[in-house]
Design a protein around this ligand. Structure first.
Ligand SMILES: [Mg+2]
Length: 421
């Protein structure tokens, strides 16, 4: 048996006595009865005791039952306590007034004992149920709020529920602000290649259906902005009854790290130009293209003359600086379509989409740029160049062998010169 506290407010002592004696024989609950002869005393008890339900007389001197109910319902601490009016009034206006002022029910005087008991028990159970429901809702929301992932529930047009993570990200105070300022989460998806977003002319209510179709075959990522910063998320959708539960997982850091790894895999750490791996891949692609579109290109292999002497004389730090400086210098004379890489040691490779005659001119001008440069801490540096043009059915090794031969020739004939093969 559960203990419940009932407050009875009535200006007639005899009425309070009758009600109390009826409630004492209840079997569902064990009631502790608090009584008050006026609104003032009743309100005082309400603030001191944990009252579960109130039985309230309407006609009382000074503050009547209606006014009392208004006061109780306007106080945050007491507004959820059910109020049952116990009144002699039977006219429609008086009855509807009971509900208008926040009453939950009414019983006519003189009352039927069974009716009084069952109404009281009914409202107590109702209160318990709504309390449990609210607790359950709070529990579920807390679980959602503990997730780092963004979780929201939508019917595809309107957002029904969001967790704290997503509110914090967008700096929204609550669901209402989210609904007002964002509406549908898909409005936040940035349109960019490789990322899911809603097309301008797309039927907006269909976006989740389209997303679900896409998710059948692949992982889907979306991009959203916060303070001019880009964030990348994977997106998942679960259908639940008529709703969709959307989960967004922030993968910005991993994505950036991948880009970094990708950069490290393709670029030479010292000079920050392409490494041999990347060069091979790009030239392989270039050869495949050349086979199809018959566009010529030249391949240049060059290296720094007597580089070992630079290292031995000035030390490796300055040697490294020369490699970096030459990379910057040559890079400044190339365009995006030219492929420039460090082949290894003091050797570099280049391709240009030109014929051999023009290729020789380019190599010659690069040779001069380097020759004319004053390298900090080292002074003059020169390079030797081997140049060759792509021929039909060439493989990378064929081109490289010819360029190597031409470079060898340039070295043999006195360095700081350009030879072709
Ligand atoms: Mg009265």
């Amino acid at each position: 048996m559960m203990n419940k506290n009932i407050l009875c407010i009535d200006d007639i002592q005899a009425n309070l006595f009758t009600i109390s004696s009826v409630l004492e024989v209840a079997v569902d609950y064990k009631y502790n009865i608090f009584t008050a002869l006026c609104a003032h005393d009743g309100l005082e008890i309400l603030l001191k005791e944990k009252i579960d339900i109130i039985l309230l007389d309407v006609m009382m001197p000074e503050i009547d039952g209606y006014e009392t109910a208004k006061i109780i319902k306007s106080n945050k601490k007491t507004k959820n306590i059910p109020i049952i009016f116990v009144t002699a009034k039977k006219d429609d206006e008086s009855i509807s007034r009971c509900y208008e002022v926040g009453g939950d029910d009414y019983i006519n005087k003189p009352f039927n004992y069974v009716e009084l008991l069952s109404r009281v028990a009914f409202h107590l159970k109702l209160k318990e149920k709504s309390y449990l429901l609210a607790k359950e809702r709070e529990f579920n929301q807390n679980i959602l709020d503990l997730q780092n992932n963004f979780i929201l529930v939508t019917d595809s047009r309107k957002t029904i529920s969001v967790n704290n993570a997503i509110l914090n990200f967008f700096d929204f105070k609550n669901l209402a602000e989210f609904q007002e300022k964002c509406g549908c989460i898909a409005n936040k998806f940035i349109k960019e290649d490789g990322y899911f977003s809603i097309a301008k002319d797309e039927n907006r209510s269909l976006w989740i259906e389209n997303l679900l179709k896409k998710l059948d075959n692949e992982d889907v990522v979306v991009k959203m902005m916060k303070n001019n910063e880009e964030f990348v998320f994977t997106i998942k959708v679960n259908k639940y009854q008529d709703y969709f539960i959307i989960t967004l997982t922030d993968i910005t850091q991993i994505t950036n790290q991948n880009l970094e790894y990708k950069h490290d895999a393709n670029f030479d750490a010292l000079t920050q130009i392409y490494n041999r791996n990347m060069f091979n891949r790009l030239v392989f692609k270039k050869i495949s293209m050349a086979k199809v579109n018959k566009k010529p290109f030249v391949f240049i292999l060059f290296d720094i003359d007597l580089f070992k002497k630079v290292n031995d004389t000035y030390g490796h730090l300055l040697g490294d600086k020369v490699l970096k400086d030459i990379s910057r210098l040559v890079e400044s004379h190339t365009r995006d379509s030219d492929i420039f890489a460090r082949w290894g040691g003091e050797e570099f490779t280049l391709t240009f989409d030109v014929r051999i005659k023009k290729g020789m001119e380019i190599a010659e001008s690069l040779r001069k740029y380097i020759e004319n440069e004053n390298f900090e801490g080292v002074g003059k540096i020169t390079c030797s160049f081997g140049v060759t043009q792509y021929k039909e059915n060439d493989k990378i090794d064929d081109i490289l062998a010819r360029a190597d031969k031409a470079l060898y020739e340039a070295k043999q004939s006195g360095r700081n010169r350009v030879c072709q093969a």
